[in-house]
Design a protein around this ligand. Structure first.
Ligand code: ADP
Length: 214
């Protein structure tokens, strides 16, 4: 699969201007708060329409964006993972979906929390359930907004390695503030004030990472 984009989007005084291609593998989008990361992901997901330009998806049947999720406090963790299986729409799911949701929960080491209510989980546990849900969607293009939020150092690296493996044969794009995990990505896009300041191999990224990230 690949995605080609060349877009302009105005949001009040802010202007996002971005062009490029995304292939299979894990792409990280970095940049200070307000640099346009979420806007770019939503445009790539088709959730926001660009004011100018277009996004061309080739070989992408299913694309899923996962940002902050509202979860009813009494929902069980497994129901959240199952929401990913129905691609976050209220489609009924079957037995095979329950097994798939549990398989991704196992990968994120939250299967033992399956029946626990959302309100009883820690921030890191919730985040891993949300990532399991996102992976369970098995989209061709998965756009994850700040998936490392609320995770501790060890889990940040583990999640990035899981995402890098998962991205074989599909496109996974994540936004992050954590410079220490960028070497897990295959491609890095750095945004600054709505412009693409840099795009390429993260190993070649010349700017100090703490300037690229908050
Ligand atoms: P990031 O994800 O890098 O923090 P965003 O894409 O969320 O950045 O936001 C980029 C800019 O667009 C910010 O200045 C933000 O305030 C502005 N913005 C986002 N959504 C809207 C909106 N609906 N209306 C007006 N401005 C917006």
């Amino acid at each position: 699969m690949y995605v080609r984009f060349n877009v302009v989007k105005w949001l009040g005084d802010f202007v996002l201007e971005a062009a490029g291609e995304l292939g299979e593998g894990l792409t990280c989008v970095v940049g200070p708060n307000g640099s346009g990361k979420t806007t770019l992901l939503k445009i790539l997901a088709g959730l926001l329409k660009p004011d100018r330009g277009l996004v061309e998806h080739v070989g992408v049947k299913v694309k899923v964006y996962v940002g902050e999720l509202y979860v009813p406090p009494d929902a069980a963790a497994v129901e959240v993972a199952l929401a990913g299986r129905s691609r976050f729409s209220p489609t009924p799911v079957g037995r095979a979906d329950v097994e798939a949701a549990r398989r991704y929960m196992r990968l994120l080491e939250v299967e033992d929390l399956a029946e626990r209510r959302w309100k009883t989980l820690s921030g890191g546990q919730r985040q891993r359930v949300v990532i399991a849900a996102a992976l369970a969607a098995e989209a061709d293009l998965l756009l994850l907004d700040e998936p490392l939020a609320h995770l501790h150092g060890d889990w940040r690296g583990r999640v990035m390695r899981i995402l890098a493996d998962y991205a074989a044969g599909r496109g996974v794009v994540v936004t992050t503030h954590h410079g220490d995990v960028l070497r897990c990505c295959h491609t890095l896009i750095a945004l600054r004030e709505g412009k693409m300041a840099w795009r390429g191999d993260p190993q070649q990224y010349a700017e100090p990472l703490d300037r690229a990230c908050d």
